[in-house]
Ligand binder design. Structure first.
Ligand code: SF4
Length: 327
């Protein structure tokens, strides 16, 4: 085993967010313009062999959990085969997806070694889904969720972003639906990661407001144990069902952060909001040894800032959009 990846604040990095592609088949208004974005050139995307090598090295450096993200990760050609190879690295694999391909792929992903899945869905109303994503595909997301559950992926989590005057009137309906269906719901504060750099804190529903809305219909009891998990969890009416709130902006959890990110084009990001990246693709393709790559990863993590700094003087949103960073 190699020495773990520790930053200047003593945080040990054991969780990798791995973006498999920047492409997506939805056009969510807070993430992408209607015409999409200029996708990363395919030759610049890490190959399956390169991904397996890097993730294997990160496992030696103490990474224990890997979340596969995008864009939309299930758009990556041969993704089931890649999941199979990553699953052999004895890591806990999860996936964040828009759910459109789950109905078709869930059993194969489960057999390949995937265990958990998060599906992004911000509304239960078909017409509002079209407004928010510019695609009429809510039905596919709902059947995808059911297929994930039927395939034995557990837990099946739903990530929902609430925006003032857009879908915040659905907070209660979304939770009631998740309780009825047996999905674990997480409300996520909208973050300044849109390509238009139009994020406005006033449209974001913060954790206090979200909990206030839910508290009108349910009793919510904080779950003590949180660890480095982004979501604060609450027992709903005494449990066992829970609801989560990810208060990235209003209740930052950076002090316990154990996450690093690798973009689909091989750039290491030591924070979701990092302004600098460390190139791994170049050294990978010019014959760097595992020791050299490990040193590069170590330096990247060592330089991590204490927190994201949103709302602080001097905060500047990253240039790279969320769709090319991954959740
Ligand atoms: S904002 Fe950065 S430091 Fe904070 S929790 Fe997220 S990744 Fe970690």
């Amino acid at each position: 085993m190699r020495a773990p990846l520790v930053d200047g604040f003593g945080r040990v990095h054991t969780d990798l967010r791995l973006s498999l592609t920047d492409r997506c088949n939805l056009r969510c208004t807070y993430c992408m313009p209607a015409e999409g974005l200029d996708w990363l050139p395919r030759p610049e995307l890490l190959t399956d062999d390169e991904l397996v090598r890097v993730v294997g090295l990160l496992a030696e450096l103490g990474v224990r959990t890997v979340r596969l993200t995008g864009g939309e990760p299930l758009l990556r050609p041969g993704v089931v085969g890649l999941v199979e190879r990553l699953a052999r690295l004895d890591l806990s694999l999860s996936l964040t997806t828009n759910g459109l391909s789950l109905a078709r792929m869930a059993p194969a992903l489960r057999d390949a070694g995937l265990r958990r899945v998060n599906v992004s869905m911000d509304t239960l109303r078909p017409e509002r889904f079209v407004e928010l994503t510019r695609r009429d595909r809510l039905h596919d997301v709902l059947t995808g969720l059911a297929a994930a559950k039927a395939a034995g992926l557990e837990p099946v989590k739903v990530n929902a972003v609430l925006m003032r005057g857009i879908n915040d009137d659905e907070a209660g309906d979304l939770l009631q639906w998740a309780l009825d269906e047996g999905y674990a719901l997480r409300f996520i504060e909208q973050m300044p990661l849109d390509p238009q750099h139009g994020w406005d804190r006033s449209t974001m529903l913060d954790a206090d407001e979200i909990l206030g809305r839910l508290g009108e219909r349910w009793s919510l009891t904080p779950v003590e144990v949180r660890g480095s998990a982004p979501a604060e969890e609450f027992l709903v009416d005494g449990g066992p069902a829970t609801v989560g709130v990810v208060g990235s902006v209003s209740r930052p959890f950076c002090a316990a952060c154990d996450r690093l990110r690798l973009t689909a084009d091989g750039q290491v990001r030591n924070c979701l909001f990092a302004r600098e990246e460390s190139d791994l693709r170049g050294p990978l393709r010019s014959g760097a040894s595992d020791d050299e790559l490990a040193e590069r990863l170590r330096v990247a993590v060592a330089g991590k800032k204490q927190g994201h700094g949103i709302g602080e003087p001097g905060f500047v949103q990253p240039d790279r959009p969320m769709s090319a960073i991954g959740g």
